[in-house]
Design a protein around this ligand. Structure first.
Ligand SMILES: [Zn+2]
Length: 425
């Protein structure tokens, strides 16, 4: 099969131009002006390496009422993703080999998207005893995180970094100093005072990130900072990278598109952890993505069923969907806002996250011999988000009714369509 006429944007090779791509037996076999086999016309579309999400919650095992591996990976395929990394806060917790194997098997059976499970740092996410990191690493786990729960003890965090270094694996700590966020409901500021909601201060994130950067630097270990939400965190990471700390970082689309003013509505769809911040923080996150301080855009896709999410603000759990809107939000807000070029956007959504997690075969290059993990999107198409037609089992997106630019047309996993002509294949 030859994909013809698309603008190929491949950060791994620096290619950006119209060229044909031939795919056979799951791999790219030629890039040029050849037409071999069946022709698939992609005129007007961008063809890029399939997107890679470092931070999703697929909820299975345990919370299948919110999402399953099958529905979450279907949403991923619809969003242009060919690889996702589910977090360990399932029930039971992914803190031992059995859950890793279960998630891998469910993903293989569903066949929508490759899944690279993140293992827990500590047993039961309790923050004291280390999880079975070695047994999980033996199954290919490259990153460990108690996401949702911070590792409070510096001693445990230091030990985890040191242990992970044995496999040159990555530790990702949910950056929240919880003594500063007791009962917190939204970003701390004038608005939280006005609304009478307990504030989640920027310092709670920054204190934890500063500690972890010091520990990672001292151990020579790899740290990944999830869902960066404050200007101070961006600056800490920028400084750490300059001094050679082995750190990568991600930002979520809601942290570069929405501000805390949305909380005035008391609509819990805007409740997320870390919370939506002020304009200066949003601006700093955008700058961090532009200058490469923040490597990746990761969704923190966090489905919740309506009976849980649609409660009074203080009782609703934090989190929002992300997989099916991430690409369009990036194009609409960052590319149209002159923050990123299309090439930088693809790098942040695919090439750089794949490298940050050692995921071979994803993120490009689009070159002979490489697995054909690809997304084709229409950069011009405008569409309005309809929560009712999302592939996720849940509906908690704050973007329902929002018109965005850029729509996924096809997603290919090893040369096989997982999403085709705007529908699940
Ligand atoms: Zn988190």
């Amino acid at each position: 099969m030859t994909l013809t006429g698309a603008r190929v944007v491949d950060p791994a090779t620096g290619r950006d131009g119209v060229v044909n791509v031939t795919v056979a037996d799951g791999v790219v076999t030629a890039v040029g002006d050849q037409v071999e086999g069946r022709r698939v016309d992609l005129d007007g579309l961008v063809l890029a390496p399939g997107l890679v999400d470092l931070h999703v919650h697929l909820r299975e095992p345990g919370r299948e009422d919110a999402e399953t591996v099958a529905t979450g990976t279907a949403a991923a395929a619809a969003g242009g993703f060919t690889a996702v990394c589910p977090m360990a806060n399932t029930e039971p917790v992914c803190d031992h080999a059995g859950v890793v194997e279960q998630v891998l098997r469910l993903a293989r059976d569903a066949g929508h998207c490759d899944v690279f499970p993140t293992g827990a740092i500590t047993r039961g996410l309790r923050g004291d005893e280390l999880a079975e990191m070695g047994a999980m690493a033996a199954l290919g786990v490259r990153c460990f995180s108690d996401d949702g729960m911070p590792v409070r003890s510096a001693q445990v965090m230091r030990r985890a970094l040191e242990y992970a270094r044995t496999w040159d694996a990555i530790v990702c700590n949910h950056a929240e100093e919880s003594t500063l966020t007791d009962g917190a409901q939204m970003n701390e500021g004038e608005l939280s005072t006005l609304l009478g909601l307990a504030g989640w201060p920027a310092e709670a994130e920054e204190v934890m990130v500063a500690r972890d950067l010091v520990l990672a630097h001292g151990r020579g270990a790899r740290l990944h900072v999830p869902h960066v939400s404050t200007a101070g965190t961006v600056e800490l990471i920028r400084t750490a990278k300059a001094r050679g700390t082995r750190v990568t970082a991600e930002a979520a689309p809601h942290h570069f598109t929405l501000v805390d003013e949305a909380v005035r509505s008391y609509d819990p769809v805007y409740k997320v952890n870390p919370p939506l911040r002020g304009k200066a923080d949003v601006e700093a996150v955008r700058e961090g993505l532009a200058d490469g301080t923040l490597d990746a855009i990761a969704t923190d896709h966090a489905p919740h069923p309506p009976e849980q999410k649609e409660q009074e603000w203080v009782h609703a759990p934090p989190g929002m969907l992300g997989l099916e809107t991430a690409l369009a939000l990036t194009l609409t807000e960052l590319v149209d806002g002159d923050v990123l070029t299309v090439g930088q956007a693809v790098a942040a959504l695919s090439t750089k996250p794949a490298r940050a997690r050692d995921i071979d075969g994803h993120g490009g290059p689009i070159a002979p011999g490489a697995p054909a993990n690809l997304v084709a999107f229409d950069p011009a198409q405008r569409w309005t988000v309809d929560a009712q037609v999302l592939h996720s089992r849940s509906r908690n997106t704050p973007y329902a009714g929002t018109t965005l630019r850029g729509r996924v047309v096809h997603t290919l996993l090893r040369g096989r369509f997982t999403y085709r002509d705007g529908a699940l294949a």
